[in-house]
Design a protein around this ligand. Structure first.
Ligand code: MEV
Length: 363
């Protein structure tokens, strides 16, 4: 009885949030925090989805799912046509629709169900868990979609047909992107791309997302201030500021662009040892946060993270939209575990949630 276990990382924006909205370059990396998916086939004809971390479980009978002969307007087997996913929603009772993630799982399942004969009459159990905070700007939904998509593609044999690694990754990324669309409407694709590829990437609106050559895995303390943030509100505030003071704000956005490109150069610079690299990376962290604060997207809780970490010689910046949410603190290789522990305790005493994690690990 086949079963597949897959996992995929969350993401953080390293540099370039907000500036990316205005066509500047941003960089993002994969987190050590991941989602995990276990798919097991069943002997009965039931599909069961369970997300124990959010106390969700849902079951469908395969007979509730339309068979290929009920399809009109599509050939069988359906092409790998992702528009099909939109059509599929019409057939399945997804309950309240409040949990878009469940919708994504169902859609991915159905797509796989309709694409192969061999699995057509089997039921499956899906179980997905994650150690990523949800709704904190860390790409939890994309990581979820990537690991489910990978498991489904494995189950259907799509990844074992002699495809090279790059084509396999493309396929996973496309499927995950479709599920992301179910969840978020019109996402940029950055989260699922980082989660699929791992490492770090450079991205610019409207251009292909490129891996960052030579990127070395880095250690961070990730602090969730637990202050709720609204990306749209922060983006709108920056827009207003820019409309009012374009000559002031545009150079700031250009500077942020230069921070992203300087980050890329750091990792491709010959003769730069790791300790120099980390020192310079930390300086970029500092400058980028300063610019974001000047754009008005920091928050007292994020400044508290900076204050506490800087007292122990560490560099922090907000990550994502700001106004709350998460901050990243770089842990250089020479920082002792005892220092990290002290910072963690001080931050936790403020009511923040701290997670030590790597950035730049595998997809
Ligand atoms: C939010 O994670 C990142 C922003 O740059 C918004 C966006 O890129 O859509 C603030």
């Amino acid at each position: 009885m086949p079963s597949y276990f897959t996992s995929s990382p969350g993401k953080v924006i390293l540099f370039g949030e907000h500036a990316v909205v205005y066509g500047k370059v941003a960089t993002a990396g994969s987190l050590g925090l991941r989602s995990y998916c276990l798919i097991q086939s069943r002997t009965d004809k039931t599909v069961e989805v369970s997300l124990p971390d959010v106390q969700l479980a849902r079951t469908w009978s395969i007979s509730d799912i339309p068979r290929q002969d009920q399809w009109t307007g599509y050939p069988y087997p359906p092409p790998m046509n992702f528009e099909l996913l939109d059509q599929l929603t019409k057939f399945v009772d997804l309950g309240t629709h409040t949990n878009r993630s469940q919708a994504a799982i169902a859609l991915l399942y159905l797509h796989s169900y309709l694409t192969t004969d061999s699995t057509a009459s089997q039921g499956y159990d899906f179980s997905v868990r994650a150690n990523l905070p949800v709704g904190a700007g860390l790409g939890s939904s994309a990581s979820y979609c990537v690991c489910v998509a990978t498991a489904l593609l494995q189950l259907n044999g799509h990844l074992s047909t002699g495809l090279d690694k790059e084509t396999q990754r493309d396929l996973i990324n496309q499927w995950a992107f479709q599920a992301e669309k179910v969840i978020h409407g019109n996402p940029s694709g950055i989260d699922n791309t980082v989660s699929t590829l791992g490492g770090a990437v450079m991205f610019k609106k409207g251009e292909k997302i490129e891996p960052m050559p030579g990127f070395q895995s880095l250690r961070f303390l990730l602090t969730n201030t637990r202050v709720p943030r609204e990306t749209q509100v922060q983006v709108a505030n920056v827009r207003k500021l820019r409309e009012k003071y374009p000559n002031v704000v545009d150079p700031m956005l250009d500077s942020i662009n230069e921070i992203s490109t300087s980050c890329k150069q750091l990792f491709s610079q010959e003769g730069l040892d790791r300790s120099q690299l980390l020192t310079q990376f930390g300086e970029l962290v500092d400058v980028n946060h300063g610019l974001l604060a000047a754009l008005g997207v920091s928050h007292p809780a994020l400044e508290k993270v900076r204050e506490i970490s800087s007292k122990l010689g560490l560099k922090s910046k907000l990550t994502g939209a700001g106004g709350g949410g998460c901050a990243l603190t770089l842990i250089r290789d020479d920082v002792s575990p005892a220092t990290v522990e002290v910072v963690k305790q001080l931050l936790e005493a403020e009511g923040f949630q701290c997670m030590e994690t790597s950035v730049g690990g595998p997809g």
